[in-house]
Design a protein around this ligand. Structure first.
Ligand code: BDR
Ligand code: CA
Length: 313
């Protein structure tokens, strides 16, 4: 039976690939809807981009809901220097025909979880503002969340500050709410995603699949990799393909390995703001609250993505 799934995201090229990977696997996922949040680029653009991607996948029926336009407390921070001003530069993409669903993402999330007959898996690929707001407004929904798999955080080095990863740093207070909510939470952070660069050879393997979706992804990834290199990450063999790790983990957990840890988000120290402090031997009365992934089989991961894109239009 396909598992009910909601994806919360801020597309972004890597979010787009994650959405396509999920849509290419209808036997694994009953995708109930996509919620979007401000993150890589402002909300109006992330919402538009999610609609573009569902169009590309031939899934105009999939509802897209716009959520929170800004983080809880900190000032909005974008990643347009990496993703381009529109968030999805690099490919010729279709113009979306279907409009956004008029309901607010947080309201829809709460209603959907409350009325779900079966508990629902959540995949988050952006700042955690929508989910944290839903949990604050309706704490009872935690009981309807089967599990949360999130792209965000880092055990080691950050990508916005020396110690903080973008999705957590962009709304650290929301992340603190989510890590403290007692969910079955799997964190896939930079330690993993930096093992999975979109190298030129991997991009060409995707392009060779020849579908509209594969050719679009190849274009998006060429742009995204060039931007990473221009931003001073020429040391990487290509842009880290962060967000699809979440969907790949749900499809093929054997590609990943990690440990249970206690994770706490720093919201008080200005130097460490947004740092995910990961402790595999919890002390000071803390308990394990997350499964933290540490490794990925990158070749297996890119094969999964290429094969999925070959099944789309
Ligand atoms: C995360 O930040 C965004 O730029 C990407 O889409 C990904 O979700 C990586 O730090
Ligand atoms: Ca993202």
């Amino acid at each position: 039976m396909p598992r009910p799934l909601i994806i919360d995201c801020d597309p972004g090229q890597d979010d787009a690939v994650a959405l396509l990977l999920a849509m290419a696997n209808p036997a694994a996922f009953d995708l109930l809807g996509v919620t979007v949040v401000a993150g890589n680029v402002p909300l109006s653009l992330t919402a538009h981009n999610a609609c573009v991607i569902r169009e590309l996948a031939g899934r105009a029926d999939l509802p897209v809901f716009a959520g929170c336009p800004r983080p809880m407390l900190v000032s909005p921070r974008s990643a347009a220097h990496i993703h381009g001003e529109g968030g999805l530069e690099g490919a010729d993409l279709p113009v979306p025909i279907q409009p956004l669903d008029p309901r607010h993402a947080v309201v829809w999330l709460i209603e959907t979880l409350r009325t779900a007959k079966q508990s629902v898996t959540l995949a988050t690929l952006g700042p955690l503002t929508n989910l944290a707001t839903a949990l604050v407004m309706a704490p009872d929904i935690a009981g309807k969340i089967e599990r949360l798999v999130m792209m965000g955080g880092t055990i080691g080095a950050g990508n916005v500050t020396p110690v903080a990863e973008f999705n957590v740093y962009a709304d650290p207070h929301a992340a603190a709410v989510v890590f403290g909510a007692g969910l079955d939470l799997t964190m896939i952070g930079l330690d993993v995603t930096h093992q999975a660069p979109a190298t030129p050879a991997r991009i060409e393997r995707i392009a060779a699949k020849g579908t509209k979706a594969a050719l679009a992804v190849a274009g998006l990834l060429r742009f995204y990799s060039a931007r990473y290199a221009a931003a001073g990450r020429g040391d990487l063999a290509g842009a880290p393909l962060h967000d699809p790790c979440v969907i790949a983990y749900l499809l093929a957990p054997g590609l990943f390995a990690g440990h249970q840890m206690h994770v706490e988000v720093d919201v008080s120290d200005p130097i460490d703001l947004g740092r995910t402090r990961c402790d595999r031997a919890p002390r000071d009365g803390h308990k394990v609250n997350s499964m933290v992934m540490e490794r990925v089989d990158a070749e297996g991961y890119f094969t999964l993505i290429a094969e999925a894109l070959a099944r789309l239009p």
